[in-house]
Design a protein around this ligand. Structure first.
Ligand code: SF4
Ligand code: SF4
Length: 340
C-alpha cells in the first residue's frame, strides 16, 4: 500500500513509532566531521523526523546497530561461565533507516553470520532478529557510488520504503506497523519506489580472477601508499571481521569477560599467529586480500559479490586509495589489457 504524508504527518508517525521501538538512521553530529568545520553524518538514534538526514551518505554504515563495535560474549568467574544477556532496551523491536546499497550489505552480513557454518552466530542472530528496515530511496547517486555496477541499486527485505518528494513524503508500506501507521497518518496514494539508474562511476568486476594476478606489480603501489589505518574496512558495510579478547578485571583477576571487537585485515597484527608467524606483512598483499575477497572469494562461496558499491572506503581513505579503480584495473588485466 502507498501513502502520501505531510511533514507533520510523518513527524507524528515517527513520534508514535519511537514510543515502542528503537529507531536508528543517518543523523548529524555538528562539528564532528573529518575536516575542521564539517559535520559527521553517521548512524545514531532517531527521536523524531528532524533527526533524519536525507541528503547525505553516512561515513559509517548501519551495521553497528546489530553488530556492535565491541560486545561482551560471556563472563567468567572462578571457573564459572555466564553468557552475556542483552539489555531490555536491546530486545525492543529496532527499525533502521537505510539505503539500497546498505540493505544489500545486510544480506552479505547475514550470509557470513547466519549461513557460513554449521550453526548461526548467536550473538549476531539475537540482535538481528529484532531488526527491521525502512528503505530510504536514493533519488540521485552520491559521488563515488557504483551501486548500479554492483546490482545493488535495488533492494528487497524492507518493511517500508520512504522518500521526500514535492514537499511531501511518499511511503510504500509492505508490512506492519507501516500499513497501520500509513492509514493513520497519511492519505492513500500510488507509490512505487524510485531506484537509482545511473552512477557517475562505472565499475567492471572481472568474471574471474586468475591466480597469476596474485603476484602482479599492481599491488606494489599499495605497499607504499597504504598506511594500514583500517578506515576502509571499518566504514565498509560488508566487513565482518572481529578479534576476541579476554579481559581480566583488575580488582579480581579470577573474574573477567570475553569480548569481541571489530578487526581489520588492513592493519598490523591482523594475521599474527602463535610463534610469531605473520601471513600478510606487506600492505599491498593486504589490499589484494581485501579486494579479491570483496569481488571474487565471496562470490565463489555465495554467488554474489560482497562489495555493494557504496563508495565509503574511498571517501574515508586518507591516502585516496580507490577500490573502484583497483577493480577496474583487475578487469583490464583479465581482458589482456595493461591496467590503469
Ligand atoms: S568495499 Fe568499499 S565500496 Fe565496496 S561495500 Fe565496502 S566500503 Fe563500500
Ligand atoms: S583506508 Fe586507505 S590507507 Fe587506510 S588501510 Fe584502507 S586502503 Fe590503507
Amino acid at each position: 500500500m502507498g501513502y502520501k504524508l505531510t511533514p507533520a504527518g510523518l513527524a507524528a508517525l515517527l513520534d508514535e513509532l519511537v514510543t515502542s521501538r528503537r529507531v536508528f538512521g543517518p543523523v548529524r553530529y555538528a562539528g564532528k566531521g573529518r575536516l575542521a568545520g564539517t559535520d559527521l553524518i553517521t548512524y545514531g538514534p532517531v527521536k523524531g523526523l528532524a533527526d533524519v538526514v536525507w541528503d547525505a551518505r553516512t561515513t559509517f554504515s548501519p551495521k553497528e546497530v546489530f553488530f556492535p563495535v565491541k560486545e561482551s560474549l560471556f563472563y567468567f568467574s572462578h571457573g564459572e561461565i555466564t553468557e552475556s544477556a542483552l539489555k531490555a532496551s536491546e530486545i525492543l523491536e529496532t527499525v533502521v533507516f537505510l539505503r539500497a546499497c546498505d540493505l544489500n550489505a545486510v544480506t552479505r552480513l547475514d550470509k557470513i553470520f547466519l549461513e557460513n557454518g554449521p550453526a548461526a552466530d548467536n550473538y549476531y542472530a539475537r540482535r538481528r532478529q529484532h531488526t527491521h528496515f525502512v528503505l530510504m530511496e536514493c533519488q540521485e547517486s552520491f559521488p563515488g557510488c557504483f551501486c548500479v555496477s554492483m546490482g545493488t541499486n535495488r533492494a528487497t527485505g524492507h518493511q517500508a520504503a520512504l522518500r521526500p518528494e514535492g514537499g511531501y513524503y511518499l511511503l510504500q508500506a509492505l508490512a506492519e506497523p507501516w500499513l497501520s501507521l500509513g492509514e493513520r497518518y497519511g492519505q492513500p496514494a500510488d507509490v512505487e519506489p524510485v531506484w537509482v539508474q545511473k552512477n557517475s562511476l562505472t565499475v567492471k568486476v572481472p568474471d574471474r580472477v586468475d591466480t597469476s594476478l596474485f603476484q602482479h606489480e599492481l599491488w606494489r603501489e599499495y605497499s607504499s601508499r597504504c598506511i594500514a589505518c583500517g578506515r576502509c574496512t571499518l566504514s565498509c558495510p560488508t566487513c565482518s571481521c572481529f578479534s576476541v579478547q579476554d579481559i581480566f578485571y583488575r580488582d579480581n583477576p579470577e573474574r573477567g569477560e570475553r569480548r569481541r571487537v571489530w578487526a581489520s585485515c588492513q592493519i598490523d597484527g591482523f594475521t599474527d599467529m602463535a610463534g610469531g608467524h605473520k601471513v600478510r606483512e606487506d600492505r599491498g598483499e593486504r589490499m589484494r586480500f581485501k579486494v579479491l575477497h570483496k569481488i571474487d572469494d565471496f562470490r565463489r562461496r555465495f554467488g554474489i559479490n560482497m562489495c555493494v558499491g557504496c563508495g565509503r572506503c574511498e571517501e574515508v581513505c586518507p591516502e585516496y586509495i580507490s577500490f573502484a579503480r583497483c577493480v577496474n584495473t583487475l578487469s583490464q588485466l583479465m581482458n589482456g589489457g595493461a591496467g590503469a
